[in-house]
Design a protein around this ligand. Structure first.
Ligand code: HEC
Length: 203
């Protein structure tokens, strides 16, 4: 019986410690709001069918790069159905997910770009899959000044299952060069221009 009481007390202590840890987390984040799930950072896996999603911007040509550490790339960006409900001038709705396929480009043995008949670089192997998604309150996982609204960023190897967890702060740094008026989304304006000309699906 004593042993039983002892373990109950142990469980209670554990419970209190857990609650205190959550409370401390909330205190640290009080300026940016507190989410009861703080401590469990959300994750988004690569959705199985994302290449059937509405295209956001396709064939973004990053074959010529001034940064020697970044290999030449071509990027395809998909937007999930929830995201297509966005109206121009507004932020993307909660539940929006972007998936970006990052491809290498075809080069000859000397590193010269191989061009198609129209003079465009051609996709090579998939290098990475990058995602960003938002849910209400996800900004609680970032210090206020370093958050891009409620967006969080995720990266995967081309196998779509091996997650890349290093370098995620760099995603915020670069997307932070944008601002709330485009919801920290590159090509925000291009998207609406394309949607107006019915080049991409609208809701
Ligand atoms: C050096 C700047 C830079 C860094 C670092 C960066 N991005 Fe981006 N990201 C861009 C640009 C620019 C685009 C738009 C595509 C283009 O024009 O190449 C983009 C687009 C995206 C998109 C498509 C939605 C949109 O805004 O157009 C996703 C998803 C994305 N990035 C995720 C990530 C993730 C995840 C990381 C970190 C692993 C990351 N990015 C790091 C510059 C950056």
């Amino acid at each position: 019986m004593l042993r039983g009481e002892g373990s109950l007390v142990g469980i209670f202590r554990l419970f209190v410690r857990k609650r205190m840890a959550v409370a401390a987390g909330c205190l640290a984040w009080q300026l940016v709001g507190c989410n009861s799930a703080i401590g469990v950072t959300p994750n988004i896996q690569v959705p199985a069918n994302y290449r059937n999603w509405p295209p956001f911007i396709m064939n973004v040509d990053r074959a010529t790069t001034s940064n020697p550490t970044v290999p030449p790339q071509i990027r395809d960006i998909y937007l999930n159905q929830a995201g297509t409900a966005v109206q121009e001038g507004e932020a993307f709705p909660d539940g929006t997910v972007f998936v970006m396929d990052v491809f290498g480009v075809q080069q000859d043995g000397s590193g010269n770009l191989q061009l198609d008949d129209n003079g465009h670089p051609m996709k090579d192997k998939l290098l990475k899959i990058l995602l960003m998604g938002k849910e209400l309150g996800w900004n609680a996982y970032r210090p206020a000044l370093l958050s891009t609204g409620d967006w969080l960023y995720f990266a995967y190897q081309p196998d779509a299952t091996t997650q890349i967890t290093s370098g995620i702060d760099g995603c915020f740094d670069c997307h932070l060069t944008l601002s709330a008026d485009v919801d920290w989304v590159f090509h925000y304006k291009d998207y609406f221009a394309a949607r107006a000309s019915a080049a991409v699906a609208s809701p």
